[in-house]
Design a protein around this ligand. Sequence first.
Ligand SMILES: CC(C)(COP(=O)(O)OP(=O)(O)OC[C@H]1O[C@@H](n2cnc3c(N)ncnc32)[C@H](O)[C@@H]1OP(=O)(O)O)[C@@H](O)C(=O)NCCC(=O)NCCS
Length: 341
Amino acid sequence: MDFSVSAPVPFDVKDASAVDDLIGLYGECHAHDLPGIPSLPDHIRRAIIVEGNPGRASDIEVIRDGSRIIGAFKLVRFLSDNENLATVDVLVHPSHRGQGLDTILLDRALNLAQAHSRSEIIAAVDYLVGCDEDAAAERRLLESRGFTQSQLEGYHYADVDNIDDEAERAYYERARAKAEGYELLQWTGQVPREHMEPLLRLEHMILTEIPTGDLDLQAETFGVERSIERQRLRTEAGTDVVQTVVRDPDSGLYVGYTVLLVYAAPAEHAAQGITLIDPEHRGKGLGMWLKLANLRLLREHYPRVRLIETDTADVNAGMNAINKKLGFATRYYSEEYLKRA
Ligand SMILES: CC(C)(COP(=O)(O)OP(=O)(O)OC[C@H]1O[C@@H](n2cnc3c(N)ncnc32)[C@H](O)[C@@H]1OP(=O)(O)O)[C@@H](O)C(=O)NCCC(=O)NCCS
């Protein structure tokens, strides 16, 4: 090592030039580890670093070589629900790997997690399809610290015009016929205030309905103020939503929804957010109908968006069945690890 490694120091999110430096580190790690995969736009990274996420607290610490950040970790703690849980993300600049910085950063993050009484810590290792050996060193480090593999998450991509018109129309009509009696609500841009409360019932199901490996999660119970805060942050970052909801006219309840996040121009890719159907209403074509109706809405309002990114657990048979029909192809994996203290 041609520099002396100091212990990680807390990162000041108000220091704009340090934030630029950290965003640079994220960008260089992404380009090295996941070449060819669209990266999260820098302004979104900035918003996440500076503002965090509603209902979560973040601690970032960094190691510098001179004034340049060459390693960092981010520990995210769940607040109010699942207060035993934290996620940790360790980054080391590609030209400083193999020097033990990852161990120093991970150990410090685990100490901090312990100080915050976190008993379940999640970490992930990313690699391109066919390159899982690239993740060997990270895997070994996590296992040496008591992590075990919990779940494999695939990142899948499809062009917005990927499936041919006829096949798409056939899927749409079939799903709509199966879903007869239900109605769709749609919007783009911001989530209108009047839909936030009825959506909460579904949002509270997310952590217990999507596959999360060996994690033992409790349903979240947040109120509408979190939806309002999330909308404020999205608006500030210039992120639009393209959202479709299915309503059961008999009960008036919202029983399913899907959302795409469209980043500010010139971004050409959109990220699939959650798709969820109330368990009582599954197997009736609603998932497929929603996804296709939302895709149509995306094409109509955001013709600049060419590519959709979505991630799904390998074991999620339902979501993977739909994504496969829509022609999504897996380009990289995120192997999720869990440590129970
Ligand atoms: C995934 C999910 C949205 C599917 O919704 P759904 O309304 O039940 O799905 P649909 O009825 O529209 O099914 C569409 C197709 O997928 C197939 N499919 C649905 N669930 C399936 C399952 N569990 N296993 C295998 N295939 C399945 C159906 O057979 C159907 O194909 P077909 O038309 O040829 O019969 C729903 O199961 C769900 O909300 N899961 C929990 C939330 C979640 O995991 N979201 C994704 C997070 S990444």
